[in-house]
Ligand binder design. Structure first.
Ligand code: SAH
Length: 397
């Protein structure tokens, strides 16, 4: 097997079990390896550190499959890792009843570059690294065996594949999709999931617990849901007895999906829902100029900072929407605000929100720290993942 030799001292993060080897840490590759091939990772004096997938096009030159130097990386290895990931969810009490569930969360499940989500009896898989690409067949076979699903649909159309030198790939890799739209039930609300054309794998499962909390907090309140996508937070707010819910997104198809979702839930009072297709930055200003006020505001934007390099510009965007969020709150109102930017940690995010609160002149305190649902674990050694962080902040009366 080829050997990836690190520069002196560059084994430190691997010894903490951070699974990435950056280009700057690599001294040389001894032997030949094609993209995705397994290589032995060794220190500059030849100490073995484990086995990784080689990705010459990426700034992340290698991603560890195992920290055991003698691990056998073969079909059986991937089937085992997939089965373990599926079993972790199956035995988690918070997840037992979910029909929409993340089954594999990349590095955090020991499978860098692999995402798999289950929606009813269909599994959607997204492969974003050269190593994951190489082992597609084993990963898909493992998913079929571990879940008994009727179909596996591939959504490997994420931009990050470009950084690995991979083009997009989508379509069924096992079985057939059902004719009718796929649906899941989340916290008692039926939601359609478009695995073919929806964002990412079709649905933002990581917000499940926070949507539930929104429902619990929404009773009798006027709600503004910004970046609503297919209405996940909006419908939970209605289910929780919100007095009114105004939802904003710039995407027409997303809002069409939201309206379909509302129609699928006749138990909800559709007359309390209003949908607005607009740019949130403009809409917040317009609402302010119109003197509108709300009791509960949700801000769940797309990631403004994909990496630390974008943090400064992104910080201004977060500051902007949070400032307007605070200004649009009634006394005693609650702002539920999120960031999924890998380049912005919780501490910085809290600083930005605190700055927005002070500029808005409100007296604010954190009611809840908000994170991703339990089926999106974050590996202990992966501090800068694109994980979700959020704050529920209540302002004074
Ligand atoms: N809250 C959603 C997920 C939000 S994803 C849920 O619970 O499912 C981010 C959404 O923001 C997308 O639907 C995208 O269309 C929308 N979006 C991105 N930029 C926007 C902008 N400037 N104004 C309004 N919507 C925007």
């Amino acid at each position: 097997m080829s050997q990836l030799v690190l520069n002196p001292g560059k084994e430190r993060s691997l010894l903490r079990r951070h699974p990435w080897v950056f280009a700057g840490s690599v001294a040389r590759l001894e032997g030949r390896a094609r993209p995705g091939d397994t290589v032995d990772v060794v220190t500059d004096d030849g100490r073995p550190l484990g086995r990784a997938a080689w990705s010459p096009e990426s700034q992340i030159r290698a991603r560890m499959w195992s920290f055991a130097p003698d691990a056998v990386i073969d079909h059986a290895f991937f089937k085992r890792r997939v089965a373990e990931s599926v079993a972790r969810r199956a035995t988690h009490p918070l997840l037992a009843a979910e029909s929409g569930l993340r089954l594999i969360h990349g590095e955090s499940d020991g499978l860098p570059g692999v995402i798999a989500d289950r929606f009813d009896d269909v599994v959607v898989v997204q492969l974003t690294s050269a190593g994951a690409e190489k082992w597609r067949d084993a990963i898909v076979a493992g998913l079929v065996q571990a879940t008994g699903c009727r179909a596996v649909y591939e959504r490997s159309d994420s931009d990050v594949r470009g950084m690995e030198g991979l083009g997009p790939k989508t379509g069924c890799v096992f079985g057939d999709l059902p004719e009718e739209a796929l649906t899941i039930v989340e916290n008692g609300v039926r939601m359609e999931v478009d695995v073919v054309a929806g964002h990412k794998t079709g649905f933002y499962l990581d917000q499940r617990d926070n949507r539930r909390l929104t429902g619990l907090l929404a009773g009798g309140r006027s709600v503004l849901n910004c970046f609503c996508y297919t209405g996940g937070f909006s419908l939970q707010a209605l289910a929780g007895g919100a007095a009114s819910v105004l939802s904003i997104d710039s995407s027409g198809p997303a809002l069409d999906g939201a309206r379909r979702n509302l129609a699928m839930n006749p138990q909800l009072d559709a007359a309390r829902a209003e949908w607005l297709q607009a740019d949130v930055f403009d809409a917040l200003r317009a609402l302010r100029n119109d003197g509108r006020r709300f009791d509960l505001i949700v801000l769940d934007p797309p990631k403004f900072a994909p990496s630390a390099a974008h943090a400064e510009r992104a910080s201004r965007a977060y500051k902007d929407i949070n400032l307007f969020g605070f200004r649009l709150l009634n006394p005693g109102g609650i702002l539920m605000t999120y960031s999924c930017s890998g380049g912005i940690g919780l501490e910085l995010f809290q600083k930005i929100v605190a700055g927005a609160g002070s500029d808005a002149g409100v007296d604010a305190r954190i009611l809840h720290r908000l994170s991703a649902a339990a089926d999106h674990p974050v590996g202990l050694a992966v501090p800068e993942g694109e994980y979700l962080k959020g704050l529920a902040v209540q302002i004074g009366h």
